[in-house]
Design a protein around this ligand. Sequence first.
Ligand code: FAD
Length: 387
Amino acid sequence: MNLTYSPAEIAFRAEVRGWMEANVPPARLPSFDASREGFEAHRAWERKLAEGRWGMVTWPETYGGRGLDLVRWLVFEEEYWRAGAPLRVNQNGIFLLGPTLMEFGTEEQKARFLPAMASGDEIWAQAWSEPQAGSDLAAVRSTARRDGDAYVLSGHKIWSSRAVFADWAFGLFRSEPGSERHRGLSLVFFPLDAPGVRVQPIAQIDGETGFAEIFLDEVRVPAFNRLGEEGQGWAISMATAGFERGLMLRSPARFQEAAKRLVALYRAHEADCPDGTRAAVMQAVMDADAYALSIYSTASRLMAGGTIGAEASTNKIFWSEMDIAMHRTALTILGARAELLAAAPAAGDAGRWLDGWFFSLAGPIYAGSNEIQKNIIAERMLGLPRG
Ligand SMILES: Cc1cc2nc3c(=O)[nH]c(=O)nc-3n(C[C@H](O)[C@H](O)[C@H](O)COP(=O)(O)OP(=O)(O)OC[C@H]3O[C@@H](n4cnc5c(N)ncnc54)[C@H](O)[C@@H]3O)c2cc1C
């Protein structure tokens, strides 16, 4: 692994920085989970990114990307977070489904779905979890019944992020009647406004509706919407989970920028901080940098033809625990001010830390709970017997 940037990478960084400086909205956009207005403001931002061909720089040009390598994606992310650009409303599409489609989709499916994903015209939700199938995803009971050149979808999905306002969802369904566990599952796409789909928002701890339940009652979609072979759904969803945990969902720049904000917060309140705060701030900076180095190493390995395996689980545990620790330190520094909601007139940056703290608490749960990641590490990396 070479830890210096090439002249071409340095020039690329300058190009991204220039574009971001000229285009990032000066004020924070309203939350994409709180209202349709906020969601559409983020969609408009996705369209602007796409106009500059910045939607997903690693994708081939034909699908709206720039055909660049993973190191340049990491550089792009560093500049994106440095500029304080909006959160990606289509993260389920571009970071999770996109790479999976690239690997398992037909040419027709890629041409149909990827450009609209890159442009923000179609925003995606992930519909895998069910009330009795969270950690134990192989317990999925929703069905995809084959009927000629169509599937008829029925069942109940839950915790589907962005589903309240999104356009499409990719779901995991039991396509072989009577099959059990990870056999007989298929990955099928469905429009969230199709007849028979009912989306029921779920209020979060912060009052926003970041996710939803989805009820499917005989929803008819063309067989074209199945990704990969019938019955291959488990293998495909595990590939998606690898992208999610191992690389794409949480780029290091997100945490490095949070660590910089934490240092600034500490400097502003140093005199009032309890003992141990300085060490916690330094730990945050070191952890964020260590995570970045580890991801650069993963990227180098992938660029040399390697794959992401069970070690994606170690990444997921690391970033989720780091995120909580950083926010806990920020709340300690803020003291009583930490309780100000973002909308409070005197909140300033405090409200943002509180929002971040709430969200960080979900980190050990989404993308597969940390307990499950520890099981994966124990069994597949350390070769320990099943518990
Ligand atoms: C913010 C957020 C966004 C999400 N977005 C989506 C989304 O877009 N799409 C989607 O499909 N899902 C989404 N989820 C759901 C998420 O994937 C599940 O919540 C997660 O997989 C855990 O499942 P569960 O909630 O059913 O908990 P359960 O599986 O019931 O687990 C409850 C507790 O038991 C522990 N546990 C369970 N089994 C074991 C075991 N074998 N060994 C040790 N401990 C165990 C778990 O770690 C957890 O602490 C989201 C969740 C959150 C919090």
